[in-house]
Ligand binder design. Structure first.
Ligand code: HEM
Length: 536
């Protein structure tokens, strides 16, 4: 007996080693001997599964990047370090993951070679929830192009400029809500960004602070953030698992995805169809308000079936993607501003001085004031840099084999932009962990433009279509808040360091719940708020 079992063991060993050697040989042939970008040594089969942490992976990627490629050189007699490990790679169950840690590598690949770097990886959990319709997760296909064209048209700078009165009105509502319930600032910020997108996209007016449509988009983005990155869910790293998970009993740990899939599936349907049904009903009743949906639906009227149905599907998917992707990102960025103000209160005083000089405290700030508010603008820029809410952007995928700096990047590789690494490079941004809007002010007091900051919104063909809206919303919300409110630490404690305000560490990085005092600056501020409450 023991002899038979020894023989079988030997057979298995020989088979496994031969298969491994065959795969290694075929992989070597495919790479034409070129190496993959540097990275930690993978273990057999599972690869680097345990090297990629489930939380704050941008920090781990930055560490690996330094470990695998810091170079040192002398500038003006000083020993200077720079990152050469700007492209690193990992393998998880045979899937190549390439992380781009510098602005240059992201521009070179995602933009200049955009034709082969603009796909999205298949994320099994999203397919299980039936979320492939979403523009952000869609493969690089013709239907993505159609939805994307609609979004680029509806959210282009000229279109956003036309929405300025609406943006100002929403900012004034924010101020009045803050005044009424000072402690509920997070709810008010979600209301601001959610109601703005729902009004623009569907002509839907949010009335309740906890409106169901706003909650649904928040839930959608939260699931996205918590499940999309490599290393967060086993089923994403080992896609074949999706075919067996339905047979796994509910009590089984790690692989019980059924509740998540059910929840995500329902939220997905709500986001995709809910607001569109609202618009269609209103068109029938003759009460539809101007919106991107209405404008596009009217254009489809002259089409015949099935073209008309297809066009309506493009509108629903494009707007469902905007509604699900644009709410929480902007609201979280304004929350970052509040945390930054708590850490550096003098920033608030400086910005208020600038605002008061422009408005004379006779009125609230407007978009036309922006050129005369460089410091407020610098605060918005520094918020994006200091704590980017999407520190790893959203993963791209390659559609062809490629070679960069002598390294092989295979077709189907997941490509991640480490925006955090770009924004925390001490050579480009000295003292990167300090919130310092001053870094964007020129010695003559004007605003210093920094093209690198655009990285907050991704790269190439998949760059965020909502970036102009996000930028405008951030400016008007921050300028309006600063002009009438003081943000202060609650109680009489010290302001502490950045660790006092922890951030979430999966996909989307937003401040964890915190308390603070947001109170009107004085009687004049209260009068300005109440005099500007829009009629609803
Ligand atoms: C502070 C606010 C925001 C940030 C930081 C942000 C960031 C991003 C990033 C990093 C991407 C991925 C880009 C890439 O793959 O290279 C993205 C994609 C996207 N964003 Fe935003 N975004 C914000 C606001 C918005 C808003 C307001 C909207 C809608 C009005 C929006 C809609 C989208 C959509 C639909 C995509 C998918 C694009 C595609 O795959 O073609 N985002 N965003």
């Amino acid at each position: 007996m023991p002899v038979v079992s020894l023989t079988s063991t030997l057979y298995i060993l020989v088979l496994v080693s031969s298969l491994a050697a065959l795969f290694a040989f075929r992989d070597y042939q495919r790479r034409r001997g070129l190496p993959y970008p540097p990275g930690p040594r993978p273990l057999p089969l599972i690869g680097n599964l345990f090297d990629i942490p489930k939380e704050f992976s941008w920090l781990a990627y930055l560490r690996f990047s330094k470990k695998h490629g810091m170079i040192y050189f002398v500038v003006k007699g000083l020993l200077t370090e720079a990152m050469a490990g700007d492209v690193i790679s990992f393998h998880v169950f045979g899937q190549a993951i390439v992380v781009l840690n510098s602005y240059k590598a992201n521009k070179d690949l995602l933009e200049r070679r955009g034709e082969i770097y603009s796909d999205r990886p298949v994320i099994p959990i999203f397919e299980m929830m039936n979320w492939q319709w979403n523009v952000a997760f869609s493969k690089y296909t013709e239907s993505w192009r159609l939805s994307r064209k609609l979004l680029d048209r509806g959210l282009r700078p000229a279109a956003i400029a036309a929405y300025r009165p609406l943006l100002q009105q929403k900012a004034h509502i924010l101020l009045s809500q803050m005044l009424a319930k000072l402690d509920e600032f997070e709810t008010h910020l979600n209301h601001l960004t959610g109601s703005l997108i729902l009004a623009m996209a569907y002509g839907y007016e949010v009335k309740e602070p906890n409106d169901r449509k706003v909650q649904a988009s928040k839930a959608f983005l939260q699931i996205t953030g918590e499940t999309s990155l490599p290393g967060t869910l086993l089923v994403n790293d080992l896609p074949y698992l999706r075919y067996v998970v339905r047979y796994i009993p509910d009590w089984f740990p790690w692989l019980n995805y059924k509740p998540l899939v059910r929840y995500g599936y329902n939220i997905g349907l709500e986001v995709l169809h809910g607001p569109m049904e609202f618009v269609r009903e209103n068109i029938l009743n003759g009460t539809a308000q101007p919106s991107i949906a209405l404008e596009n639906l009217q254009e489809t009227e002259q089409l015949e079936e099935p073209e008309r149905e297809k066009a309506e599907q493009v509108i629903a998917t494009a707007l469902g993607s905007v509604y699900s992707g644009g709410t929480d990102t902007t609201a979280s960025s304004i929350m970052v501003f509040i945390v930054a103000t708590l850490l550096r209160p003098e920033i608030q005083t400086m910005a208020q001085g600038e605002l008061d000089a422009v408005t004379g405290r006779e009125r609230l700030p407007r978009f036309e004031d922006r050129p005369r508010l460089p410091f407020v603008d610098a605060i918005c820029k520094e918020v994006f840099r200091w704590r980017p809410v999407t520190p790893l952007g959203f993963p791209h995928a390659t559609t062809e084999d490629d070679v960069y700096k002598g390294f092989f990047i295979p077709k189907g590789a997941v490509v991640i932009s480490n925006v955090w690494a770009i924004f925390h490079d001490p050579v480009m941004y000295p003292e990167p962990d300090v919130f310092k809007p001053e870094r964007f002010i020129n010695p003559n007091g004007t605003l210093r433009e920094d093209p690198v900051l655009a990285s907050s919104f991704g790269f190439g063909k998949r760059v965020c279509p909502g970036r102009h809206l996000a930028d405008a919303t951030m400016f008007i919300a921050i300028a309006s808040l600063l002009s009438v409110f003081n943000v202060m630490k609650k109680g009489n404690g010290t302001n502490g360091g950045p660790d006092m305000y922890p951030f979430t560490g999966k996909g989307l990085s937003a401040p964890c719940p915190f308390t603070c005092s947001i109170i009107p600056r004085d009687r004049r501020a209260e009068e300005l708020i109440t005099a500007n409450v829009p009629e609803q």
